[in-house]
Design a protein around this ligand. Structure first.
Ligand code: NAD
Ligand code: IPM
Ligand code: MN
Length: 363
């Protein structure tokens, strides 16, 4: 038996609802693959602010550090939106990424054939899309200094953030991306704004130099505005994309929608060593929280990414991904991916149908 200590951070909004489903799924595959999960739950985000005054209490970070992997749902909500930025739920998430050194965020956007009709784009455009966005996660404008709201001599306020990348930061995310491209279609598109930003010029230079070490990978460059356009015009041209923190945040939401719903997309945040954090691309969806409407599949697929990338248990990950395809094949849908003739389920019943699929499979 393999033992794993998993820290669960359900967070806010729909977080607890979708986390329950993912944990049930992990328990079932754990039995099937002889994996013993020791789950420990901790506070983060708005839930942590309410209990302790801080979005990322020190013992939460410590617990995460001492685990084999962290499964996170989502944080944030209206209730905390007017707090100063360092005390908001989102600051807890940034603190967790920085605290664990999670510089590489893998955000796959792969069309699930059963969901083609759920996309707002034409079938011909999205059929076969399979993109991996590699987003830099601990640098760029999210973390650069100076930052803050400052008062000038005239008493006017100025909001400041700074987009910074050092060569070593560019190189380490570049390596992750070239390696990812090598395991996929062998194509890497680096996205920047080097026609305007110096930080992007350095980015493009370093990625270009690095490509000499990866002669088997076909490297291209694209400006971020053009990339946003191409993602909706002709997404099939992309295989692996590498980009900075802010551009990656934006482009990964766009890529998510190609697949029909942001409620389907998982992600993995990884560092050079230590535990990774596995979380959906979507947020806490406060508009549907507590109504049993959330799609738990992004969370469940994040648990699969945890097994694959964090714990090296790809057979168990495959099993979960297969169960997801099976329930979609059967026509089971939450509201966000509903189409005519399908069975509308709530978050909990989606979890139950997944468990049935897992238990009926020959795993
Ligand atoms: P969101 O992703 O929470 O929601 C956008 C829309 O998608 C909403 O209409 C929502 O109902 C829907 N949606 C999202 N996930 C869904 C799911 N699993 N099933 C069904 N529908 C789903 O983005 P937002 O509304 O811009 O942000 C809400 C809060 O979440 C904010 O406080 C934001 O800062 C936070 N946020 C957190 C994370 C995170 O924790 N990783 C990521 C993004 C946003
Ligand atoms: C995401 C979210 C976060 C980000 C926020 C909530 C800090 O949008 O994970 O995509 O911008 O990275
Ligand atoms: Mn985002």
């Amino acid at each position: 038996t393999q033992n794993y200590r998993i820290t669960l951070l359900p967070g806010d909004g729909i977080g607890p609802e979708i986390m329950n489903v993912a944990v049930d799924v992990l328990k079932v595959v754990g039995k099937q693959f002889d994996l013993q999960f020791e789950f420990q739950q901790a506070l983060m985000g708005g839930a942590a602010i309410d209990a302790t005054g801080e979005p990322l209490p020190a013992d939460t970070l410590e617990m995460c550090r001492n685990s084999d992997a962290v499964l996170l749902a989502a944080v944030g909500g209206y209730k905390w939106d007017s707090l100063p930025s360092h005390l908001r739920p989102e600051a807890g998430l940034l603190g967790l990424r920085a605290g664990l050194g999670l510089f590489a965020n893998l955000r796959p956007a792969k069309i699930i054939p059963q969901l083609i009709d759920a996309s707002t784009l034409k079938k011909e455009v999205v059929e076969g899309v399979d993109i991996m966005v590699v987003r830099e996660l601990t640098g760029g404008i999210y973390f650069g200094k100076p930052k803050g709201i400052f008062e000038t001599e005239t008493g006017e306020k100025r909001g400041v953030n700074t987009m910074v990348y050092s060569e070593s930061e560019i190189e380490r995310i570049g390596r992750v991306a070239f390696e990812a491209a090598r395991k996929r279609g062998g194509k890497l598109c680096s996205v920047d704004k080097s026609n305007v930003l110096e930080v992007s010029q350095l980015w493009r230079d370093r990625i270009t130099s690095l490509s000499q070490e990866y002669p088997d990978i076909e490297l291209s460059h694209m400006y971020v505005d053009a990339a946003a356009m191409q993602l909706v015009r002709a997404p099939k041209q992309f295989d692996t994309i590498v980009t900075g923190n802010l551009f990656g945040d934006i482009l990964s939401d766009a890529a998510a929608m190609l697949t029909g719903s942001i409620g389907m997309l998982p992600s993995a945040s990884l560092g050079a060593s230590g535990p990774g954090v596995f979380e959906p691309v979507h947020g806490s969806a406060p508009d549907i929280a507590g109504q049993d409407k959330a799609n738990p599949l992004a969370q469940v697929l994040s648990a699969a990414m945890m097994l694959r990338y964090g714990l090296n248990q790809s057979a168990a990950a495959d099993k979960i991904e297969k169960a997801v395809s099976q329930v979609l094949e059967k026509g089971d849908r939450t509201g966000d991916i509903m189409s005519p003739g399908m069975n509308l389920l709530g978050c909990r019943s989606m979890g139950e149908t997944l468990i049935q699929a897992l238990e009926s499979g020959n795993g």
